[in-house]
Design a protein around this ligand. Sequence first.
Ligand SMILES: [Zn+2]
Ligand SMILES: [Zn+2]
Length: 281
Amino acid sequence: MIQADIHTHTHYFHGRNTVEEMYKSAQKKNLKYYGFSEHTPLPDDFSCLLYRKGDMHKAFADYACDVVNLKNKATRAALIYPEDSWPTVLFGMELDFTPKHLEYMDTLIESHPFDYIIGTVHFIDSQSIALWDHSSASKEETFLFFEQYYQKIAELAKWGKADIIAHPDFVKIHCVKDFAEWLETKHAQNCVEQALYEVRAAGMVLEVSTGGLKKTCKEIHPAPRIMEIAAKLGLAISFSSDSHNTETVAYAFDELAQFASSYGYKQHVIFEKRIPKILDF
Ligand SMILES: [Zn+2]
Ligand SMILES: [Zn+2]
């Protein structure tokens, strides 16, 4: 059984529920670890239309305060009432990789006592992947976009300051068929392998997530072909639901466990105070 869900969101950016509400859901699911990984505020020249309006730096500081308070409460309660369900609270963030803004990313990492950093590629240069108009792109342009995405993942890994690579085929969300076709090419497999090689060389972990099952692509992240490459490289994995509301905490984790074990995986990784811990599932 998977014991940890470590990529989740709250109402602070574009999720629906509070820190406390998300945690209650994790208690009901009997998870041993529950990790919060809210999005980071974006540099001024980037924007995400999906986020709430307002001061996202203030929202992030409020999020951090809620998580730290909950972490203290859960640590105390677990020692006093060990017979109750008190998943260990892990404090993370989903950091947008914006290589033009290295100092900005450093400042965010140093801003709070994070247990772990999830590095994420949601943008290729300033183009938001979620808002990319795939319908007006030619097949060559689409395939080039996929290739650029894996170059960004390699760049993020070489930067080396995150612990986990988020949803490592996010680029497929609106064009899963084209992505599957691209992945069958030798060139694509080399691109992916090169990126995953850098992830391993950086001592990082690849996220395997049911978040994609809830998106239009309706697939686990990453796709089977990428899992094969990850397994071949012996790359370690972490598990998550990328949940944005209480109903999807630990979403389809039985399916997720089966999926990962079909590639030979028996363990997953969590982080406490930036130190990896390996768990069986
Ligand atoms: Zn994400
Ligand atoms: Zn996320």
